[in-house]
Design a protein around this ligand. Sequence first.
Ligand code: SF4
Length: 283
Amino acid sequence: MSKQIFLCAINNILSGTCAEDCKFCTQSVRYHANIERYNYKDIAQIVQEAKQAKAHGALGYCLVTAGKGLDDKKVDFVARASHAIKREVKNLNLIACNGTANKDQLQYLKEHGIDSYNHNLETSERYYAEICTTHAWAERYETCENVKSTGLALCSGGIFGMGETEEDREALLTSIASLSPESTPLNFYHPNDALPIKTRNIQLHQAITIIQKARKLLGEKSLLMVAGGRELLFDTQEHLMFEAGANAMVIGNYLTTQGCDASDDKQMLATLGYEVATTCDTQ
Ligand code: SF4
Protein backbone atom coordinates (compact mmCIF):
# COMPACT_ATOMS: atom_id res chain seq x y z
CA MET A 1 0.00 0.00 0.00
CA SER A 2 1.31 3.46 -0.82
CA LYS A 3 2.08 5.90 1.95
CA GLN A 4 -0.96 7.64 3.34
CA ILE A 5 -1.02 11.39 3.91
CA PHE A 6 -3.32 12.91 6.51
CA LEU A 7 -5.00 16.19 5.63
CA CYS A 8 -5.96 18.86 8.10
CA ALA A 9 -7.80 22.16 7.53
CA ILE A 10 -7.87 25.31 9.62
CA ASN A 11 -10.72 27.67 10.34
CA ASN A 12 -9.79 30.99 11.90
CA ILE A 13 -13.06 31.57 13.76
CA LEU A 14 -11.91 34.75 15.57
CA SER A 15 -9.21 36.69 13.79
CA GLY A 16 -6.62 39.33 14.44
CA THR A 17 -7.60 40.76 17.80
CA CYS A 18 -4.83 39.73 20.15
CA ALA A 19 -3.16 42.08 22.65
CA GLU A 20 -0.05 39.90 23.12
CA ASP A 21 3.24 40.89 21.48
CA CYS A 22 4.48 37.72 19.75
CA LYS A 23 6.85 39.14 17.16
CA PHE A 24 5.98 36.51 14.58
CA CYS A 25 2.21 36.94 14.65
CA THR A 26 0.15 39.10 12.33
CA GLN A 27 -2.81 38.68 14.66
CA SER A 28 -1.23 40.88 17.32
CA VAL A 29 -2.94 44.27 17.19
CA ARG A 30 0.40 45.89 18.08
CA TYR A 31 1.91 45.50 14.60
CA HIS A 32 -0.99 46.65 12.42
CA ALA A 33 -0.43 43.93 9.84
CA ASN A 34 -2.77 44.16 6.89
CA ILE A 35 -4.94 41.12 7.62
CA GLU A 36 -8.62 40.48 7.88
CA ARG A 37 -9.81 41.01 11.48
CA TYR A 38 -13.22 39.88 12.70
CA ASN A 39 -15.06 38.76 15.77
CA TYR A 40 -16.71 35.35 16.12
CA LYS A 41 -17.77 33.81 12.83
CA ASP A 42 -21.32 32.71 12.41
CA ILE A 43 -21.62 29.07 13.55
CA ALA A 44 -23.68 28.10 10.49
CA GLN A 45 -20.82 29.38 8.32
CA ILE A 46 -18.27 27.40 10.36
CA VAL A 47 -20.33 24.23 9.88
CA GLN A 48 -20.56 24.91 6.14
CA GLU A 49 -16.79 25.39 5.91
CA ALA A 50 -16.23 22.19 7.88
CA LYS A 51 -18.37 20.32 5.34
CA GLN A 52 -16.25 21.72 2.51
CA ALA A 53 -13.02 20.72 4.25
CA LYS A 54 -14.38 17.22 4.80
CA ALA A 55 -15.38 17.00 1.13
CA HIS A 56 -11.76 17.86 0.23
CA GLY A 57 -10.52 14.95 2.31
CA ALA A 58 -9.66 16.68 5.60
CA LEU A 59 -9.64 14.32 8.57
CA GLY A 60 -8.70 17.03 11.05
CA TYR A 61 -10.45 20.34 11.41
CA CYS A 62 -8.95 23.01 13.60
CA LEU A 63 -11.00 25.78 15.20
CA VAL A 64 -8.62 28.65 15.94
CA THR A 65 -9.21 31.82 17.92
CA ALA A 66 -6.78 34.71 18.23
CA GLY A 67 -5.79 35.73 21.74
CA LYS A 68 -3.65 34.55 24.58
CA GLY A 69 -6.05 31.97 25.89
CA LEU A 70 -9.50 30.71 26.69
CA ASP A 71 -12.06 32.64 28.73
CA ASP A 72 -15.68 31.75 29.51
CA LYS A 73 -17.02 33.34 26.33
CA LYS A 74 -14.53 31.58 24.07
CA VAL A 75 -15.00 28.21 25.73
CA ASP A 76 -18.75 28.54 25.26
CA PHE A 77 -18.42 29.58 21.62
CA VAL A 78 -15.94 26.85 20.65
CA ALA A 79 -18.08 24.25 22.44
CA ARG A 80 -21.19 25.38 20.54
CA ALA A 81 -19.33 25.39 17.21
CA SER A 82 -17.92 21.95 17.96
CA HIS A 83 -21.33 20.58 18.89
CA ALA A 84 -22.87 21.99 15.69
CA ILE A 85 -20.14 20.50 13.48
CA LYS A 86 -20.30 17.07 15.11
CA ARG A 87 -24.06 17.00 14.56
CA GLU A 88 -23.70 17.48 10.80
CA VAL A 89 -20.25 16.20 9.79
CA LYS A 90 -19.22 12.65 10.59
CA ASN A 91 -15.70 11.26 10.91
CA LEU A 92 -14.03 14.65 11.34
CA ASN A 93 -11.49 14.98 14.12
CA LEU A 94 -12.08 18.34 15.80
CA ILE A 95 -9.11 20.25 17.10
CA ALA A 96 -9.43 23.40 19.20
CA CYS A 97 -6.61 25.93 19.12
CA ASN A 98 -7.46 28.69 21.53
CA GLY A 99 -4.28 29.50 23.42
CA THR A 100 -3.53 28.81 27.05
CA ALA A 101 -6.15 26.68 28.78
CA ASN A 102 -6.79 25.17 32.18
CA LYS A 103 -8.06 21.67 32.86
CA ASP A 104 -11.67 22.71 33.49
CA GLN A 105 -11.85 24.56 30.18
CA LEU A 106 -10.31 21.65 28.30
CA GLN A 107 -12.65 19.18 29.98
CA TYR A 108 -15.62 21.29 28.90
CA LEU A 109 -14.43 21.32 25.31
CA LYS A 110 -13.91 17.58 25.40
CA GLU A 111 -17.45 17.04 26.66
CA HIS A 112 -18.74 19.09 23.72
CA GLY A 113 -17.04 17.13 20.96
CA ILE A 114 -13.49 18.47 20.75
CA ASP A 115 -11.08 15.56 20.17
CA SER A 116 -7.73 17.28 20.27
CA TYR A 117 -6.16 20.54 21.43
CA ASN A 118 -3.45 22.36 19.53
CA HIS A 119 -1.00 24.49 21.46
CA ASN A 120 2.40 25.03 19.92
CA LEU A 121 5.53 25.57 21.96
CA GLU A 122 6.60 27.80 19.00
CA THR A 123 10.33 27.86 19.73
CA SER A 124 12.84 27.07 22.47
CA GLU A 125 12.23 28.40 25.97
CA ARG A 126 15.38 30.54 25.64
CA TYR A 127 14.40 32.19 22.37
CA TYR A 128 10.75 32.61 23.29
CA ALA A 129 11.73 35.21 25.88
CA GLU A 130 13.23 37.26 23.04
CA ILE A 131 10.21 37.17 20.79
CA CYS A 132 7.39 37.47 23.31
CA THR A 133 7.39 39.55 26.49
CA THR A 134 3.71 39.35 27.45
CA HIS A 135 3.60 35.72 28.46
CA ALA A 136 6.06 32.95 29.25
CA TRP A 137 6.97 29.80 27.39
CA ALA A 138 6.37 27.86 30.62
CA GLU A 139 2.67 28.73 30.38
CA ARG A 140 2.59 27.17 26.95
CA TYR A 141 4.20 23.99 28.21
CA GLU A 142 1.77 23.86 31.13
CA THR A 143 -1.21 24.10 28.78
CA CYS A 144 0.16 21.14 26.82
CA GLU A 145 0.43 19.17 30.05
CA ASN A 146 -3.17 20.13 30.90
CA VAL A 147 -4.26 18.80 27.52
CA LYS A 148 -2.65 15.47 28.23
CA SER A 149 -4.07 15.15 31.71
CA THR A 150 -7.56 15.88 30.38
CA GLY A 151 -7.30 13.00 27.93
CA LEU A 152 -7.58 15.10 24.80
CA ALA A 153 -5.11 14.29 22.04
CA LEU A 154 -2.28 16.81 22.02
CA CYS A 155 -1.20 18.61 18.88
CA SER A 156 1.95 20.64 19.53
CA GLY A 157 4.71 21.93 17.31
CA GLY A 158 6.41 25.18 16.47
CA ILE A 159 7.73 27.66 13.96
CA PHE A 160 11.20 27.55 12.44
CA GLY A 161 13.09 30.36 10.76
CA MET A 162 12.28 33.21 13.18
CA GLY A 163 15.93 34.01 13.91
CA GLU A 164 16.53 31.13 16.32
CA THR A 165 19.83 29.25 16.47
CA GLU A 166 20.53 25.63 15.66
CA GLU A 167 20.55 24.92 19.42
CA ASP A 168 17.11 26.51 19.78
CA ARG A 169 15.78 24.20 17.09
CA GLU A 170 17.19 21.17 18.85
CA ALA A 171 15.77 22.36 22.17
CA LEU A 172 12.33 22.94 20.67
CA LEU A 173 12.19 19.49 19.11
CA THR A 174 13.34 17.91 22.38
CA SER A 175 10.67 19.81 24.33
CA ILE A 176 7.96 18.78 21.88
CA ALA A 177 9.07 15.16 22.07
CA SER A 178 9.00 15.29 25.88
CA LEU A 179 5.23 15.82 25.63
CA SER A 180 4.69 12.84 23.28
CA PRO A 181 2.07 14.68 21.22
CA GLU A 182 -0.21 12.70 18.93
CA SER A 183 0.47 15.21 16.16
CA THR A 184 3.07 17.87 15.53
CA PRO A 185 2.74 20.75 13.10
CA LEU A 186 6.01 22.14 11.76
CA ASN A 187 5.62 25.71 10.53
CA PHE A 188 8.22 27.66 8.60
CA TYR A 189 8.17 31.39 9.23
CA HIS A 190 6.38 33.50 6.66
CA PRO A 191 7.85 37.05 6.87
CA ASN A 192 5.56 40.05 6.88
CA ASP A 193 6.82 43.65 6.60
CA ALA A 194 4.62 44.76 9.50
CA LEU A 195 6.22 42.31 11.94
CA PRO A 196 9.40 42.91 13.98
CA ILE A 197 10.94 39.69 12.60
CA LYS A 198 11.59 40.77 9.02
CA THR A 199 13.30 37.78 7.46
CA ARG A 200 13.39 34.01 7.84
CA ASN A 201 16.62 32.19 8.53
CA ILE A 202 15.74 28.82 7.13
CA GLN A 203 16.42 27.15 3.83
CA LEU A 204 15.07 24.04 2.21
CA HIS A 205 17.85 21.69 3.30
CA GLN A 206 17.49 22.89 6.92
CA ALA A 207 13.73 22.32 6.83
CA ILE A 208 14.34 18.79 5.59
CA THR A 209 16.76 18.17 8.45
CA ILE A 210 14.19 19.43 10.96
CA ILE A 211 11.55 17.05 9.59
CA GLN A 212 13.99 14.14 9.74
CA LYS A 213 14.98 14.93 13.32
CA ALA A 214 11.36 15.40 14.36
CA ARG A 215 10.39 12.04 12.91
CA LYS A 216 13.25 10.34 14.69
CA LEU A 217 12.38 11.94 18.04
CA LEU A 218 8.61 11.49 17.79
CA GLY A 219 8.56 7.93 16.52
CA GLU A 220 6.89 6.35 13.53
CA LYS A 221 3.31 6.47 14.79
CA SER A 222 2.92 10.20 15.33
CA LEU A 223 1.39 12.55 12.82
CA LEU A 224 4.07 14.91 11.57
CA MET A 225 2.52 17.75 9.67
CA VAL A 226 4.06 20.38 7.46
CA ALA A 227 1.89 23.43 7.99
CA GLY A 228 2.53 27.16 7.41
CA GLY A 229 5.35 28.12 5.06
CA ARG A 230 5.15 24.92 2.99
CA GLU A 231 4.55 26.85 -0.19
CA LEU A 232 7.55 29.12 0.44
CA LEU A 233 10.01 26.30 1.04
CA PHE A 234 8.73 23.18 -0.69
CA ASP A 235 6.88 24.60 -3.68
CA THR A 236 6.86 21.82 -6.35
CA GLN A 237 9.24 19.77 -4.20
CA GLU A 238 6.76 18.45 -1.67
CA HIS A 239 8.06 14.92 -2.17
CA LEU A 240 11.11 16.02 -0.14
CA MET A 241 9.05 16.68 2.97
CA PHE A 242 7.29 13.32 2.75
CA GLU A 243 10.56 11.48 2.10
CA ALA A 244 12.01 13.22 5.17
CA GLY A 245 9.24 11.81 7.36
CA ALA A 246 6.20 14.08 7.16
CA ASN A 247 2.91 12.22 6.83
CA ALA A 248 0.39 15.06 7.16
CA MET A 249 -0.19 18.51 5.76
CA VAL A 250 -2.56 21.43 5.96
CA ILE A 251 -4.87 21.99 3.03
CA GLY A 252 -6.51 25.29 2.16
CA ASN A 253 -5.63 28.58 3.79
CA TYR A 254 -3.62 29.17 6.95
CA LEU A 255 -4.59 31.62 9.67
CA THR A 256 -3.76 34.83 7.84
CA THR A 257 -1.89 33.64 4.75
CA GLN A 258 -3.20 31.93 1.69
CA GLY A 259 -2.43 28.28 1.04
CA CYS A 260 -2.75 26.16 -2.07
CA ASP A 261 -6.01 25.17 -3.66
CA ALA A 262 -7.10 21.90 -1.98
CA SER A 263 -7.80 20.25 -5.35
CA ASP A 264 -4.27 21.09 -6.53
CA ASP A 265 -2.84 19.57 -3.36
CA LYS A 266 -4.79 16.36 -3.83
CA GLN A 267 -3.60 16.21 -7.44
CA MET A 268 -0.03 16.73 -6.23
CA LEU A 269 -0.37 13.81 -3.80
CA ALA A 270 -1.81 11.56 -6.50
CA THR A 271 1.01 12.49 -8.87
CA LEU A 272 3.57 11.61 -6.20
CA GLY A 273 1.84 8.27 -5.63
CA TYR A 274 0.45 8.99 -2.15
CA GLU A 275 -3.03 8.20 -0.90
CA VAL A 276 -5.17 10.57 1.15
CA ALA A 277 -5.77 8.90 4.53
CA THR A 278 -9.38 8.15 5.37
CA THR A 279 -8.94 7.40 9.05
CA CYS A 280 -6.83 8.99 11.78
CA ASP A 281 -5.54 5.59 12.87
CA THR A 282 -1.81 5.55 12.09
CA GLN A 283 -1.25 1.97 13.26
S1 SF4 B 1 -0.89 34.94 21.73
FE1 SF4 B 1 -1.34 33.84 19.80
S2 SF4 B 1 -2.72 35.19 18.64
FE2 SF4 B 1 -1.76 36.41 20.26
S3 SF4 B 1 0.01 37.41 19.29
FE3 SF4 B 1 0.75 35.51 20.29
S4 SF4 B 1 0.62 33.91 18.69
FE4 SF4 B 1 -0.63 35.68 18.00
